[in-house]
Design a protein around this ligand. Structure first.
Ligand code: PLP
Length: 700
């Protein structure tokens, strides 16, 4: 079961690349060309449809990221164009009189060298097919593409039919005054891309024997059709036949069943062979000229084909192996489970949040619990770069760690620090929260000149002085050992849109502002004021203040259901692990501790390398949670173990040992947000993020 993949497709890719070479070199002889007509002009024509189908197939199977497929093709095209510029020069391409018009058309439609038409064809067809597939089933998309293919046929192998009608001839001659072929991104590529998508959306064929017979039958049809057309002298060009889509489809389906180990080297080589082989044709001719071996290496077609193929394979093989060696291994190599931190998103969120602050207020970034699991150091450095110079932490240790990273920032400890540690508060220039008179007195006894912010309890009833007894605060301002630099409160229902909750928050605000007024009226300097945290800022941006203490929103994990604007913030963290192994269960078998999962039907499970010691709750499966593999959903099953968990991959055929598994984050067209994950766990993102296990690697 392990590691089975589409080795059949990978192998045939290389064969298809050799077929394309044969089309451009010929194969049998210069004299009688029936052999070449049959082998190169008819049979080898399945090669390019096969390439197009693999693109459609794998793009859909790996999550439907058509944009990525398009970008990859565009990059290859650009590289190929540059690679062939010298040959363009050599063949006088730039010296031709209407080179500007021709070059423009070639760039967008026909390719700047004879075999490069493939790239603009894919670039044109991909977006069309992607949009159609978004709304329609592959079979319907194919029905839409067929008339275009038929129209293309009339300008290709069936041109003789077109010639029988003067009207049609006029239309096609008008077309051919501008374009050279109908084999392009409009008439040709869409059908094969969507045939690939159709194969991806179907289960593996059941009866390979019958399939083989069907393929042979279709090949006979194709041969019959091709030979008849050539006998009749109809083809204007010979890359499209009626039977070609049928042959391509049956061949592809059969190759899908040949599940062998994936062969990525062959896969990559086939692409390189396709791009470089015309160059190798020139090279073989050059070498033959120098050695005086034209009669052998060029004029004897089997040997010509053989030399070009061997040279292409050797160069492509060397290139692929070299590229593999120098290509940096992805940073996730060797990792069991990890957090990916997108610092660019963090920077962006800081900027967005800064633009939402009340007039004159500054951002105080909350970095409790290793910056909500994002890693203290990188988070601080990134935020400092974005102009944030005030931070809040929960403990003295966190404060000291932060001070060692940033020597000048304002740092507020929100929680309890033992008064005996007051000298450290001073040494590291940390500001301590003071929440009652007794604690204030102890701190004052322990060290001179500790900087503090006073916490006011306006309704949360956790920490803070009561605003009902304002007189109790006055002696603190007279204590020479305490430097009161600020005063703050905390809302407990600022994330709620319920009327009673909004009223409660407004009462909290009023109580705080009343107290501030009371103290100011007595000539006391209350220092910096702050009330809101993330949802406070989102839902009550109008409250005037000096700081806003933002945590969860900074990390892009605020809930859009609680405030629409949370959508403008980007998720910073992704949580991933790996497929450890795959195994099949029969109906009635159970899996995991307590035999908590019972297979109703035969199924395939993947063991994933992350567990509750990493912060994934034990009962995650209960609420319909899933993970992403190959851009597809795999339901979590059974009880999560300490270091591992099980997921059901019955419906993901491309899954292999070692593949990435996404618990939070994006994979292909799918995304699991931190909010979604937290809902499965019955909690909020703050808890999930702050409890991520420290043994998870951090990747920036
Ligand atoms: C944790 C904390 C915050 C940050 O809250 P978010 O909802 O994550 O923005 C703000 N203020 C105090 C007092 C906190 O303890």
């Amino acid at each position: 079961m392990k590691g089975r993949s589409y080795g059949g497709l990978d192998t045939f890719r290389l064969i298809a690349a050799l077929m394309v070479i044969s089309i451009h070199t010929g194969l049998v002889s210069l004299e009688t060309n029936w052999g070449d007509t049959v082998l190169c002009g008819i049979l080898a024509r399945v090669a390019v449809p096969f390439f197009l189908m693999t693109t459609g197939f794998f793009t859909l199977r790996q999550g439907g990221n058509w944009t990525r497929a398009w970008r990859k093709t565009a990059l290859l095209y650009v590289i190929a164009i540059v690679l062939y510029l010298p040959l363009n020069f050599y063949t006088g391409y730039f010296a031709e009189p209407d080179f500007v018009r021709r070059g423009f058309l070639d760039l967008l439609f026909e390719g700047t060298f004879y075999h490069l038409w493939y790239f603009p064809a894919v670039l044109l067809a991909l977006p069309v097919v992607a949009v159609l597939l978004k709304h329609l089933k592959p079979s319907v998309v194919i029905v839409i593409c067929i008339p275009f293919y038929l129209a293309g046929l009339l300008g290709d192998s069936y041109y003789g039919l077109t010639a029988l009608s003067p009207e049609l001839t006029r239309i096609y001659d008008g077309y051919f005054a501008i374009f050279e072929y109908t084999r392009n991104g409009l008439f040709y590529a869409p059908l094969f891309l969507s045939l690939g998508a159709l194969c991806a959306s179907r289960p593996e064929p059941k009866h390979p024997g019958r399939r083989t017979a069907a393929l042979l039958g279709a090949l006979v049809l194709l041969l019959g059709e091709g030979i008849s057309l050539h006998l009749a002298g109809w083809p204007r060009h010979d890359s499209m036949y009626l039977a070609l889509p049928l042959v391509s489809y049956l061949l592809f389906r059969l190759l899908c069943v040949c599940r062998a180990q994936a062969k990525p080297v062959l896969r990559e080589m086939s692409g390189v062979v396709y791009i470089i082989h015309p160059m190798m044709i020139v090279a073989v001719r050059g070498i033959a000229g120098i050695l005086g071996l034209d009669w052998l290496l060029v004029n004897c077609l089997p040997i010509h084909f053989f030399s070009v193929s061997v040279l292409s394979l050797a160069v492509a093989g060397a290139f692929v192996l070299l590229a593999r060696r120098i290509r940096r291994p992805p940073p996730t190599v060797g990792l069991r489970a990890w957090r990916e931190i997108d610092l660019q998103a963090l920077r962006q969120n800081a900027k967005v949040l800064q633009s939402w602050l009340p007039q004159g207020a500054k951002l105080m970034a909350v970095l409790k619990a290793e910056a909500y699991g994002h890693g203290m150091e990188a988070t601080v450095r990134t935020l400092a770069d974005s102009g944030v110079d005030a931070f809040a932490v929960a403990t003295l240790e966190e404060g000291i760690a932060l001070r060692r990273i940033d020597g000048t920032a304002f740092i507020l400890i929100l929680g309890y620090t033992d008064p005996s540690a007051a000298p450290y508060l001073k040494r590291y220039h940390l500001t301590q929260t003071v929440f009652d008179a007794e604690y204030a007195a102890a701190l004052s006894r322990a060290a001179k000149g500790v900087r503090v912010h006073l916490k006011i309890d306006t309704g949360m009833h956790r920490l803070g002085f009561s605003p009902d007894d304002p007189d109790a605060l006055i002696p603190l301002f007279a204590d020479p050992n305490l430097k009161i630099d600020g005063m703050f409160t905390h809302f407990c229902v600022a994330d709620s849109k319920r009327e009673s909750d909004i009223e409660f928050t407004e009462q909290q605000r009023a109580a705080f502002e009343g107290l501030v007024e009371f103290l100011r009226a007595r000539g006391l300097n209350v220092g910096k004021l702050h009330l809101q945290s993330s949802y406070g800022l989102l839902n009550y941006p109008q409250i005037p203040c000096d700081y806003v203490r933002v945590g969860i929103a900074l990390y892009g994990a605020a809930d859009p259901a609680k405030n629409e604007r949370a959508k403008e913030l980007r998720p910073v963290l992704a949580l991933r692990a790996r497929v450890v192994t795959l195994h099949s269960l029969g109906a009635g078998e159970t899996a995991g501790y307590d035999r908590a999962f019972l297979a109703q039907n035969p199924c395939r499970l993947a063991t994933v390398s992350i567990g509750y010691a990493d912060g994934v709750p034990r009962n995650l499966a209960e609420t319909g949670a899933y993970v992403l593999i190959c851009g597809q959903r795999a339901p979590v099953v059974g009880l999560v173990c300490m270091d591992q968990m099980l997921v059901d991959v019955s419906r993901i055929e491309t899954v292999e040992q070692g593949m990435d598994v996404t618990l939070i984050g994006r994979d292909g067209g799918e995304e699991i947000t931190c909010v979604q994950f937290s809902e499965w766990c019955g909690t909020i993102p703050n808890e999930i993020l702050s409890r991520l296990g420290p043994r998870l690697s951090l990747l920036y």
